[in-house]
Design a protein around this ligand. Structure first.
Ligand SMILES: Cc1cc2nc3c(=O)[nH]c(=O)nc-3n(C[C@H](O)[C@H](O)[C@H](O)COP(=O)(O)OP(=O)(O)OC[C@H]3O[C@@H](n4cnc5c(N)ncnc54)[C@H](O)[C@@H]3O)c2cc1C
Length: 381
């Protein structure tokens, strides 16, 4: 693998760096899990979009720059190195958008993508239900045919950012008589403020409403908001989960930047004598670099036309465990002061604890690795 970038790619990186240097807020925005922070992050998305930095890999017609995966990774490196804000539009950009590129209609892409990229419409993912998380195919929320569309009923839960978001995408049972649980499901988009929708925020460990549960009572959705063919919702949803577990959710730039901040924290603490802690800081640096190289290798294969597939499960287990270890090292370094470092370390630590659970739990990812990558026999379920 050759990690030397062509002069044009380096020029793109320099353009991104210069733009970010002039725009990244001097002090961190308030937490995006609060109404005030959500609004501030939405405003930041609008700034990114105005200069076509919010979704750089999208075609220009939707507000992107149409760049390849190499440049997208370079942009991500610059973005996180500059200390730019977390992305409030992430669910839309990394989950719904790839779904629309693969399965949506030109009309849906033209209507949905630009306001998603500008932060005007923020999307929530409505997949999980109280009795359907890992076993998602057992979901029971319904989509019932009606004139010109569908009526949605049921309950969704753990919907990140739905407390403040505008719209949601989810899978619903449209044919309860189908032979198997993952058949007869339909993928739809709906408005969180439509009649019949109740959004009930759920507080996180720190009390912030990072999620919501959604109660749907005959919510009308027009045919124009069905993605793909009715009844094909499972196939469509599964074709895009790789994006959630793989590259787009946790690009290496994020960890390289966090490892750099950790080293700075170590130096600021006056190079403490604790060698075990020093080794953990070194592990964080080595881990970020290893993840970066793994990602570039995967990106090269992707650019050569290969699909990433079950490898995204490896990626997911690695980044979720790495994220916790890195944040715990920072908190141990800070000692009791960690409580005061909310924006910098404490809140991201709380969030890191959820990494092994969301985007498919690590137990499930390990089963996928065992069965699909290592060819081991199926586990007992
Ligand atoms: C921070 C966060 C954000 C989230 N955001 C969203 C969101 O935006 N939208 C959304 O739809 N959902 C979201 N979720 C929900 C998430 O996808 C589910 O929590 C996850 O899929 C696990 O489902 P569950 O909670 O029902 O746990 P369960 O599936 O009940 O699992 C409980 C435990 O049993 C284990 N287990 C279950 N089945 C097996 C098996 N076959 N083999 C081995 N072990 C097994 C699991 O690994 C886990 O440890 C979010 C969750 C978190 C924590």
């Amino acid at each position: 693998m050759d990690l030397t970038h062509a002069p044009e790619a380096e020029a793109f990186r320099a353009e991104a760096r210069a733009w970010l240097a002039g725009r990244v807020p001097d002090s961190p925005l308030p937490s995006l899990e609060t109404a005030e922070g959500f609004a501030a992050h939405r405003e930041w998305e609008a700034q990114l979009y105005a200069d076509r930095w919010s979704a750089v890999s999208w075609p220009e017609e939707y507000g992107g720059r149409g760049v390849d995966i190499e440049r997208w990774l370079l942009f991500e490196e610059e973005y996180w190195a500059a200390g730019a804000p977390g992305r409030v539009s992430q669910n839309g950009i990394s989950l719904l958008a790839p779904t629309l590129f693969d399965h949506g209609t030109p009309e849906q892409r033209a209507r949905v993508l630009p306001p998603m990229a500008s932060g005007e419409v923020i999307w929530a993912q409505a997949w999980s239900e109280p009795e359907s998380g890992s076993d998602l195919a057992s979901l029971t929320s319904r989509a019932v045919r009606t004139g010109g569309g569908w009526l949605l009923s049921g309950q969704k839960t753990w919907s990140s950012r739905a407390a403040f978001a505008d719209r949601a995408f989810g899978i619903f049972r449209s044919d309860p008589g189908a032979a198997k649980p993952h058949q007869g499901l339909t993928y739809l988009m709906f408005d969180l403020r439509a009649p019949g929708v109740t959004v009930r925020p759920i507080g996180r460990l720190d009390g912030k409403p990072a999620f919501a549960e959604l109660f749907l009572d005959e919510v009308f959705v027009p045919d124009a908001d069905v993605i793909g063919e009715p009844g094909q919702g499972w196939r469509i949803a599964m074709s895009t989960t790789g994006n959630e577990r793989g590259l787009t959710l946790r690009s290496p730039g994020r960890f390289l930047a966090a490892a750099d901040r950790l080293v700075a924290l170590w130096r600021a603490a006056g190079d403490p004598a604790d060698t075990a802690l020093r080794d953990r800081v070194a592990d964080a640096v080595v881990g970020a670099r290893a993840y970066e190289l793994f990602t570039w290798a995967a990106a090269s294969r992707f650019a050569a036309g290969e699909r990433i597939g079950a490898e995204s499960s490896l990626n997911k287990v690695f980044w979720s465990q790495y994220d916790i270890a890195l944040h715990e090292t920072a908190l141990d370094l800070l000692g009791p002061d960690a409580e005061l470092a909310e924006g910098a370390w404490a809140e991201p630590w709380v969030f890191s604890l959820a990494g092994p659970i969301y985007a498919g739990t690590n137990e499930i990812q390990r089963d996928i690795i065992a069965e699909r990558l290592l060819g081991l026999p199926k586990g007992r379920r």
